[in-house]
Ligand binder design. Structure first.
Ligand code: HEM
Length: 395
């Protein structure tokens, strides 16, 4: 009797820990078959070396429209239907041209210039939370608004429209209903198309949209789609990492104390949090454009490949005792931001936001604690950026 390949991604039980079945997948072959949300058979890469080799392989495409692309959620299904793709769904040469256009806003130098601004946003959010609490919802009142304000400023997306953005994004990224997601995506895109048109009337407008609108370097439709996807990618992930990072730190009080005692310890601690959480099972999706031989396996042209950080970043051959949260380890080689051509455009920004947010949180609220055990927090469904939508705390 043959058993169907396991489903991937799987659901987390405790939101800050990987699904229990992943430990078993890590113990098996480096490449194995799994079943996607859409019922396709696809290849799952379970080891670090093979993950990095494949993420560098030009025979793997990121284009969601190609037949066989692994559909791991309703959200990926919606992307397969789109005529235009955002950066993450493009292949060269189009990908490299567009990436070069956005890069100036995301270099280490440019991001460092934002430090004071990010610190101000972090402290203002904490002021608001302290004024209303305790208790408080650390996700809604801190982890979410901080990266949301930062990315709105970087893009030049008006903060006054945050209620519209948040509602439409929630309907797009949380839904299990394709019609609802399609509608929300259309509303967001129409909003950004209008914004690009407005920016074209004001030379030297604010942010990335203002810098590129009307320059002729990128079409209006592509800029609108890019702005929409940067708004989403720029806060969903970082908000999830601030909140889950805070949970992991509260669950590990000795390590938290060591980080608080040494301000420089936050830099490696954030890398370890990124490795330990690996929130983006929904990223690093590819489809083969030619047969690829690797580890006695042939990935056939047209087959989907899933290369999740949640497995590679816990490869015991690379990270000793991978299930232990050890902020003093050198976790810098993790692939939580991906690897190769599509490696996260916003990684410098995300790192700085995490370092500032998680430092300020305990400077301002040394007695911060959760009011429910971590395992009672509701995880997100598989296929979403892993995270939580509420984090009840007191102090
Ligand atoms: C790509 C994770 C924050 C924008 C990626 C990829 C991963 C990732 C794994 C690779 C996808 C692939 O290869 O298919 C994360 C995590 C974050 C984070 C864990 C926070 C902790 C951000 C931020 C921004 C951003 C703050 C923007 C402001 C992007 C973009 C891409 C990307 C545009 C596509 C790059 C390309 O295709 O060239 N991210 N990300 N991300 N990320 Fe992030």
């Amino acid at each position: 009797m043959t058993t169907a390949p396991p489903a991937f991604p799987q659901a987390r039980v405790c939101p800050h820990l990987p699904p229990p079945a992943y430990a078993e997948l890590r113990g098996g072959p480096a490449l194995r078959r799994v079943t996607t949300h859409a019922g396709q058979l696809a290849w799952l890469v379970t080891r670090y070396d093979q993950a990095r080799t494949l993420l560098k392989d030009p025979r793997l495409s990121s284009d969601r429209r190609r037949p066989g692309f692994p559909v791991i959620s309703v959200q990926v299904q919606l992307l397969t239907e789109r005529k235009r793709q955002a950066l993450i769904g493009m292949d060269p040469p189009e990908h490299d041209e567009q990436r070069r256009m956005f890069l100036p806003d995301f270099t280490l130098k440019k991001v460092r210039e934002r430090r004071a601004d990010i610190e101000r946003i972090v402290h203002e959010s904490l002021d608001d939370m302290l004024e209303h609490g305790p208790p408080a919802d650390l996700y809604q009142e801190f982890a979410l608004p901080v990266p949301f304000r930062v990315i709105c400023r970087l893009l030049g997306a008006p903060w006054e429209d945050r209620d519209f953005f948040q509602d439409a994004i929630r309907r797009l990224v949380r839904t299990f209903d394709t019609a609802e997601g399609r509608q929300a995506g259309a509303e967001l895109l129409a909003y950004f198309e209008h914004l690009v048109t407005e920016y074209k009337k004001t030379p030297d407008g604010a942010g990335l949209i203002g810098r590129l609108a009307g320059t002729g370097r990128i079409g209006d439709d592509d800029l609108a789609l890019a702005a929409m996807s940067l708004l989403i990618a720029g806060h969903e992930t970082t908000a999830a990492m601030i909140s889950l990072g805070a949970v992991t730190l509260m669950e590990n009080p000795d390590q938290l104390a060591a980080i608080r005692a040494n301000p420089e310890a936050i830099t490696p601690a954030v890398e370890e949090l990124l490795r330990f959480q690996s929130i983006a099972d929904s990223a690093n999706l590819r489809v083969a454009t030619a047969d690829i031989e690797i580890d006695d396996v042939v990935i056939k042209a047209g087959e989907g490949v899933l290369i999740p950080g949640s497995l590679a970043n816990r490869d015991a051959g690379v990270f000793t005792d991978p299930d232990v949260f050890d902020p003093s380890r050198d976790a810098g080689g993790h692939i939580a931001f991906g690897y190769g051509r599509h490696q996260c455009l916003g990684q410098n920004l995300a790192r700085l936001e995490l370092q500032i947010a998680l430092t300020a949180l305990w400077q301002r609220i040394p007695t911060l604690r959760m009011t429910v055990p971590a395992e009672e927090l509701a995880p997100r469904p598989p296929g979403a950026i892993q995270g939580i939508d509420a984090l009840p705390v007191t102090w």
